[in-house]
Design a protein around this ligand. Structure first.
Ligand code: G
Ligand code: G
Ligand code: MN
Ligand code: NA
Length: 254
């Protein structure tokens, strides 16, 4: 597969970049975090989406290198925003199963925090339910080690996996990200409304924060605010944006 061969070269050829999607406090609209999202500009094909190349990277064993590049780039970026005296925000980084399952995963993250100087509490790792499911016993150790370092974890795409809810008790888990598929039907779909309210209730009773994904309308925003969801992401507030545009949004006199 040509794409796979090209993917092997993409890192050294500098073909990746990051965009950042804001996450806002629903009550105020204030940006409290950004999620780093990878983009690949292929020299011939143009933009290739992560939905296409992340699975290939996983199967080629390249995902650890890519996730590491994302983590370093995103942590270094948020430190530069701090140095420019922009309001301090959290940075969320997606982590694939192939990275999470590696024995050196926690050491790698620790090294990036040390080299960039980013405080651990400012980093949030987004891990899908299915990634956690595949790891079994090692997960517990990894999650405990992350907690020991003060690094929080968000369960990404919550509600779409096939796992038990046992991992919600892991000490590093601090956030649930309610999957976009449940937000789409709000506020009119009574099923989506009931599921969303139940997820927020689970989160609250376990002392976890909720982030709703894929908010596109005022009606969805209002519903989630009333349901007690604290944070949201979606095109209603902002698409994923390049660095300069995030800086413009964060600047106090923007
Ligand atoms: O950015 P976009 O909506 O196209 O992302 C599509 C999918 O790719 C999402 O599931 C997202 O979590 C995943 N993704 C985006 N960026 C990264 C990344 O840096 N690392 C990993 N592992 N997945 C990512
Ligand atoms: O799985 P994950 O949550 O990491 O996926 C993030 C992806 O969701 C990004 O690729 C981003 O482009 C997409 N996304 C973010 N906000 C919205 C939205 O409001 N509507 C839709 N349709 N997609 C969104
Ligand atoms: Mn995510
Ligand atoms: Na998601």
């Amino acid at each position: 597969l040509q794409l796979a061969a090209d993917l092997r070269q993409a890192l050294v050829r500098n073909e990746f970049h990051l965009v950042y999607q804001p996450s806002v406090e629903l009550r105020t609209g204030r940006i409290v975090a950004v999620e780093a999202l990878i983009r690949w500009k292929h020299p011939d094909r143009g933009n290739v989406t992560p939905d296409e190349f992340i699975p290939i990277a996983e199967s080629l064993g390249l995902i650890r290198l890519i996730d590491r590049w994302v983590l370093e780039t995103a942590c270094a970026q948020v430190c530069r925003w701090d140095e420019a005296h922009l309001p301090p925000i959290r940075i969320a980084v997606n982590v694939s199963a192939g990275s999470l399952g590696h024995p050196d995963f926690v050491a790698g993250i620790s090294a990036v925090l040390t080299s960039t100087g980013l405080p651990a509490k400012r980093l949030l790792l987004e891990i899908t339910e299915s990634a956690i499911l595949h790891l079994g016993e090692d997960t517990q150790r990894t999650m405990l080690a992350l907690h020991g370092l003060g690094i929080g974890v968000a369960i990404d795409d919550f509600g779409t996996g096939y796992s038990s809810l046992a991992y919600l008790k892991l000490p590093s888990v601090k956030f649930l990200k309610i999957d976009r598929s449940f937000i789409t039907g709000l506020p009119n779909s009574s099923n989506d409304a009931a599921i969303t309210e139940a997820m927020v209730a689970i989160a609250r009773s376990l002392d976890l924060n909720t982030i709703a994904e894929g908010i596109e309308t005022e009606g969805q925003h209002e519903f989630l605010l009333r349901a007690g969801c604290a944070e949201g992401q979606g095109f209603l507030y902002s698409r994923p944006l390049p660095t300069e545009e995030i800086e413009r949004l964060l600047a106090p006199n923007a």
